[in-house]
Design a protein around this ligand. Structure first.
Ligand code: MOS
Length: 725
């Protein structure tokens, strides 16, 4: 149990986030957003804005900044603002005003007069279903449609028709926004060595590369600094408009520029989660054995089709053993803000549909839903030869059921005064992934060590994990390890995304630590070393000669007159991918109380039991999972963007976009079954950033059914959904 190292800085306000940087001569930028959802900008009259007090520059597609579309191996292409007059959604960045003060920039931005050639907009997923397109292959290298059929079975329809019990239903999930505490923002300054940008992101080296591409400068001349990030959740994986605009205007104005989105602007000028429609058909034997799984999904996407929410692939592809499987994924291009990665992209909305359907099947079979899930436990993803490297999902359910009092659950809930009380459960899964990462480990002459990688800690606890894995790898106490993170001049650390950071950076730390110890031993036994010509080994922070003589690594370095010795280690996914399938697993439990008369639904107890491989730090791991589970409650009962016909978000702010507050959330109980998965990586961690929210929305909907007998097949679930029956 180690408290977050950056916790004291954050809670005392000492941590400096991107916009907390104030530089001499700094100017302030403010974005202008479109007020139509589709069309072309005819004219932009910027004369009043230009002559407003303090204004230094006004930029638009008519007076553009020089920006190119950057492309990276991990992210693909990233959109840059103000490059053309097309408007594809309401709230699209179309202008940027820079002034001496924030207020002057904001007031001048309000003076920009925009005229449009407006075209009809398509903003509703339901209206667009007829014009859906096949999704391109998702990021996990799968084709858009997959069909696995048992020998002799002609089609999924035949398999379903031959199934003794069939459940078929359509589920819907809402558009969401990450709503991270820190709005997307940046402070940019050009100096003799190039550009420096202070901005929250999910990987400082990745942002530096995107900025270099957008500005057409050498990557080595861009430095991005982000030691503190106020939440990201996928929404800061790509560089956003404020950073591009601040960097480009700082270049032309030759002054530092600060740009931040307002809270309302965050909802449209960045990207959010797609809405989905998902049709699921399950065919089973009477004993619950699945015969056929069919999952057809439609997701909203922006007109640039830059992101697909892979619900079918994320869930039905991998969750249950079935001889017959058919999944398809379609996208519906709409005049809406872009969609992107959001915590458990695919699995979060996908698990609502699949895990609700499994519950419906359990009801139809009159079977315990945990027993049904265990009966269909998969040892490998259907249609793949590669078995799970480790899977302890059944144990998660057993532990969870005992801890939660599942045995006392009745198939039709219970009454407690005026409250209808129900229990629900669901499976959680999220693939265990790694990205390439490089870490530098330095041993210092004062017997401390430094573990450094560019990366980002967007609140996940990665900084603390670096010190813990570093300490373990160097066999010293964590207090002697200084972790450095969030600066693109450090070795490229990959991304804090995809639940990958601990497995990726952790493995690289172990490699770097082994190398630096080798370097140390070579110094110690080398011609000028204190153990000249001897066989030496390393343990407990010391070099040992086997005859009882020991020197700390600091003593060795001092004796040879070296201030430090360092090594870098790199890790990347490799051969293991040809041998096994990898995933984290979990079992979600919740108790929901629905008021008999008002029909309000309150979650009263929550438990999640997870198999995420080795847990490096119980405390930050638990916090991560708890946050995910709370987001699951939020998805089930609170969050959803309402898109009006004209493309305007009716509730695009934190007054109208509901997220849970403390009063909405009971105690959250988190348990881990700890089986280190060293087939996946040397650290044995499988990732837990996203899985906490997976399944929770379904568990709540299932609990509401258990309490009330009302099956709600969409989220968020509202009071009015529970009024009848
Ligand atoms: Mo994320 S959705 O782990 O960047």
């Amino acid at each position: 149990m180690t408290s977050r190292l950056d916790g004291p800085l954050k809670v005392t306000g000492e941590a400096r986030y991107g916009v907390d940087h104030n530089l001499p001569g700094m100017a302030y930028g403010y974005l202008v957003l479109s007020t139509i959802a589709h069309g072309e900008i005819a004219t932009m009259d910027t004369s009043a804005a230009r002559s407003a007090p303090g204004v230094l520059g006004v930029y638009s597609p008519f007076e553009p900044l020089e920006l190119w579309t950057p492309s990276s191996p991990l992210m693909g292409e990233t959109w840059v603002p103000l490059q053309d007059k097309e408007v594809a959604y309401y709230g699209q960045p179309i202008g940027f005003v820079v002034a001496e003060t924030f207020e002057q920039a904001r007031d001048a931005a309000a003076l920009v007069e925009v005229r449009y050639h407006e075209r009809a907009a398509l903003t509703s997923l339901e209206d667009g279903l007829d014009t859906a397109e096949d999704a391109p292959p998702p990021h996990r290298e799968e084709p858009p449609s997959i069909s696995v059929l048992a020998d002799g079975v002609e089609s999924i329809e035949d398999a379903l028709a031959a199934s003794p019990v069939v459940v078929e239903a359509t589920y819907r999930t809402a558009t969401q926004n990450h709503a991270a505490m820190e709005p997307h923002s940046a402070v940019a300054v050009w100096g003799s060595e190039g550009l420096t940008v202070y901005s929250g992101n999910q990987g400082s080296n990745l942002m530096a590369a995107e900025l270099a591409g957008a500005l057409d400068v050498d990557p080595s001349s861009v430095r991005v600094i982000n030691p503190f990030v106020g939440g990201a959740f996928g929404g800061k994986a790509r560089t956003s408009a404020p950073a591009f605009l601040a960097a480009a205007t700082a270049r032309v104005l030759r002054r530092p520029v600060k740009a931040s989105l307002t809270r309302e602007q965050v909802f449209t000028a960045t990207a959010g989660r797609a809405a989905t429609v998902q049709k699921i058909s399950l065919g089973a034997e009477r004993d619950g054995t699945l015969v056929a799984v069919r999952h057809d999904s439609w997701c909203s996407t922006a007109m640039d089709r830059s992101f697909v929410e892979p619900t079918s692939h994320g869930t039905s592809r991998e969750w249950y053993a079935t001889p017959n499987l058919a999944i398809s994924q379609k996208m519906v291009p709409l005049n809406i803000p872009p969609t992107t990665f959001m915590r458990a992209p695919g699995e979060a909305p996908g698990s609502f549909a699949l895990e609700s359907a499994i519950d419906e099947l359990a009801v139809k079979l009159d079977m315990d839903p945990i027993e049904l899930r265990m009966r269909n436990n998969s040892t490998a993803p259907p249609g793949k030869d590669l078995q799970w490297s480790s899977k302890h999902l059944d144990e998660c359910f057993r532990i969870g059921a005992a801890r939660f009092g599942w045995a006392n659950r009745s198939a039709c809930g219970r009454m407690d005064g005026d409250w209808l009380v129900g229990l629900g459960t669901a499976t959680a899964m999220f693939p265990a992934i790694r990205f390439p990462a490089t870490v530098e480990v330095t041993l210092e002459a004062d017997d401390t060590a430094v573990v450094a990688t560019s990366g980002a800690d967007p609140g996940t606890g990665l900084l603390t994990v670096l010190s813990l894995v570093g300490a373990e790898s160097l066999d010293i106490s964590p207090e002697r390890v200084t972790p450095l993170l969030g600066d693109s001049v450090l070795p490229p650390g990959g991304m804090s995304g995809g639940s990958t950071a601990t497995a990726s950076a952790g493995t690289a730390i172990m490699i770097a630590a082994a190398k630096v110890i080798d370097e140390l031993l070579a110094l110690a036994s080398g011609p000028d070393g204190p153990f000249q010509g001897m066989d030496v080994s390393y343990a407990d922070g010391q070099v040992l000669d086997g005859n009882g003589r020991a020197m700390t690594f600091g003593e060795v370095l001092r004796s040879v007159g070296r201030p430090a010795v360092f090594a870098t280690g790199s890790s990347a996914p490799g051969e293991e991918l040809t041998k096994h399938s990898f995933s984290s697993f979990g079992a979600q439990f919740c108790e929901v109380r629905v008021h008999r008369w008002t029909r309000e639904a309150r979650v009263s107890r929550m438990l999640g039991v997870f198999d995420s491989g080795r847990i490096i730090n119980q405390q930050t791991a638990r916090s991560q999972i708890m946050g995910g589970m709370i987001w699951g409650v939020s998805a089930a009962l609170h969050e959803g963007l309402e898109i009006e016909g004209n493309g305007r978000l009716a509730n695009g702010d934190l007054a109208g976009y509901l997220v849970p507050v403390n009063a909405d959330i009971p105690d959250v109980d988190v348990q881990f079954v700890e089986y280190p998965d060293t087939l996946h990586n040397a650290v044995g961690a499988k990732g837990l950033g996203e899985i906490g929210m997976v399944g929770m929305a379904a568990a709540i909907a299932n609990a509401i059914y258990n309490a009330t007998g009302v099956r709600v097949r969409h989220i968020p679930i509202m009071i009015e959904d529970l009024l009848d029956e």
